[in-house]
Design a protein around this ligand. Sequence first.
Ligand SMILES: *[C@@H]1O[C@H](CO)[C@@H](O)[C@H](O)[C@H]1NC(C)=O
Ligand SMILES: *[C@@H]1O[C@H](CO)[C@@H](O)[C@H](O)[C@H]1NC(C)=O
Ligand SMILES: *[C@@H]1O[C@H](CO)[C@@H](O)[C@H](O)[C@H]1NC(C)=O
Ligand SMILES: *[C@@H]1O[C@H](CO)[C@@H](O)[C@H](O)[C@H]1NC(C)=O
Ligand SMILES: *[C@@H]1O[C@H](CO)[C@@H](O)[C@H](O)[C@H]1NC(C)=O
Ligand SMILES: *[C@@H]1O[C@H](CO)[C@@H](O)[C@H](O)[C@H]1NC(C)=O
Ligand SMILES: *[C@@H]1O[C@H](CO)[C@@H](O)[C@H](O)[C@H]1NC(C)=O
Ligand SMILES: *[C@@H]1O[C@H](CO)[C@@H](O)[C@H](O)[C@H]1NC(C)=O
Ligand SMILES: *[C@@H]1O[C@H](CO)[C@@H](O)[C@H](O)[C@H]1NC(C)=O
Length: 476
Amino acid sequence: MRQTLLLPLLVQLISSVGQLVSATAASGNINGGQLRRIWLQDHCSAGICTDVEIGRNDYVILSHAPIAKQLMLTFLNSSIAKIPHLMFDTFPDLQVLRMENCSLETFEKPQFEGASNLMGLFLGHNRLKDIPKNIFLGADNLATLQLQHNQLKVLHNHSFHALKELKELTLADNQLEQLPLGLFAGLRKLIELSLSGNRLQTLPRGIFDKNLNLTRLNLSRNRFTVFESELLKLQMRLAILDISGNILHELTLNFSKLDLAVAHGCDLRRLTVYGVVNELDLHNNSLTELPHIPQAGNVSGLDLSQNPLGNLQGNPLRRFTALVRLNLSATNTHELPEGLFKKQTQLQILDISSNAIYSLKITLFDNLKSLQYFYFQQNNWNCDFLQLLMSSFVKRRDISFMEDVTAPELVDDYVDGVACWYESDRASKKCDGSSGSSDAAMELSIVRNEIKSFTELIEKKFVKVYRMLDEMKLKL
Ligand SMILES: *[C@@H]1O[C@H](CO)[C@@H](O)[C@H](O)[C@H]1NC(C)=O
Ligand SMILES: *[C@@H]1O[C@H](CO)[C@@H](O)[C@H](O)[C@H]1NC(C)=O
Ligand SMILES: *[C@@H]1O[C@H](CO)[C@@H](O)[C@H](O)[C@H]1NC(C)=O
Ligand SMILES: *[C@@H]1O[C@H](CO)[C@@H](O)[C@H](O)[C@H]1NC(C)=O
Ligand SMILES: *[C@@H]1O[C@H](CO)[C@@H](O)[C@H](O)[C@H]1NC(C)=O
Ligand SMILES: *[C@@H]1O[C@H](CO)[C@@H](O)[C@H](O)[C@H]1NC(C)=O
Ligand SMILES: *[C@@H]1O[C@H](CO)[C@@H](O)[C@H](O)[C@H]1NC(C)=O
Ligand SMILES: *[C@@H]1O[C@H](CO)[C@@H](O)[C@H](O)[C@H]1NC(C)=O
Ligand SMILES: *[C@@H]1O[C@H](CO)[C@@H](O)[C@H](O)[C@H]1NC(C)=O
């Protein structure tokens, strides 16, 4: 963004304000409000203004003549109850106005007359409760409007009227409970919309029917209990959808092509995805099986971390042939079936950390020809197996990995910084016949894992616990 030094322009401002003195002295009040002059030279430099205070009833005079070529103004550490009435008369060339976190409370009518050069209006983190009908008349080239973190509860059909050039609108973190059907109808060029962090339970059918270019939609952290892809059936360009943080249990997505679908923290138990989706972020749900995706061969990124998937029996990844990133961290896995990654020849990043894996068949990795990052820390590795994994796969192929943070008191040994435990010979000798050493080791693993999470919670040194663990080992 080009920026003009405000200072030279202020010379003009100061002299014009000087001429006003007698007039202002004569008429101290307008409409019961205070007539005030704001000496911007005291506050602004290079388009940055600080410590400006404007009360709700102030009628502010900035200049009696327009100040040209000021393209951008940013207000910091200021308390401005309303945008000065004459803002765009004074700065007719203004393209970007940032008045974030300025205690802005209200709009004045008409507010944006003459604001036809304004392209970016940033009003986040204020105290706005309402967007009055037709308030944006005059801002007919506005492309970006940010209103996040205000106190908006209701919006009207014509709140955004006249914003026919608007491409990006954020209403995140307000208190919206419902939206009127016609709210976005005038925003034909809208590309990106965020409604994240509101209290929406449903959206009226047809609310996006005029926003045919909508590409990114963020509905996260609302109160939706169902999501219908039907709502967006006309949006051929929709590429990014975020519905995280809504409790949905079951979800079906049906879009022709999404680049990214984000649905973490939704307590999902079942997910079906029709159409093509490249990247799926499903972490922190309640999935016990992989999502059902007929076109699984088009998925390149899949985050299933923090789901109770268990041991992934039955070759569930066989149709995910184009995976590049796969996250299976914290999925309650004790072991991985031998052929699990048979089709993942393109996989570059694999995360199986924070599970209870003790040992694997080394052939599991045979087809992972493209792997570059392999995260497997925070498991219950057997030290002998871990040595083998390092030497025959990880280090041999120069794959990056991550070290462990497990407290040393709980660990038998580390292999290249990753914690591991030795199988107790005594244990296997003591256990007779069928139950065998691996069952005993498994039990020990589970105990270790519980202790590990415990450690994370209270961050203490566990000398005592270590002793107990030793005793348990002896018992096994
Ligand atoms: C804003 O105020 C804070 C504390 O009141 C101060 O640390 C900061 O430097 C101020 N920022 C500007 C740009 O004046
Ligand atoms: C808003 O400004 C106040 C001081 O004016 C500051 O203390 C606070 O951290 C700011 N908040 C944000 C979100 O910027
Ligand atoms: C809002 O606009 C829609 C059409 O876009 C119309 O059906 C509805 O009645 C309007 N609501 C109000 C309150 O004006
Ligand atoms: C939608 O996007 C396309 C491609 O960017 C553009 O040609 C078209 O004019 C846009 N339509 C509207 C209504 O903005
Ligand atoms: C949706 O909005 C939230 C902020 O409320 C943000 O953290 C998240 O990254 C956004 N989602 C996408 C896909 O950009
Ligand atoms: C998915 O949506 C398309 C077009 O909206 C529709 O024709 C198709 O029946 C839907 N598929 C499923 C399985 O619901
Ligand atoms: C995980 O999802 C649940 C909803 O199922 C949510 O309550 C919780 O805050 C999420 N946890 C994190 C760390 O995001
Ligand atoms: C989906 O995958 C198939 C097979 O790899 C490929 O031919 C097709 O172009 C992909 N579709 C999209 C939209 O990426
Ligand atoms: C996998 O998911 C976990 C938990 O959600 C996260 O901490 C980790 O960074 C992810 N791994 C990768 C490689 O992105």
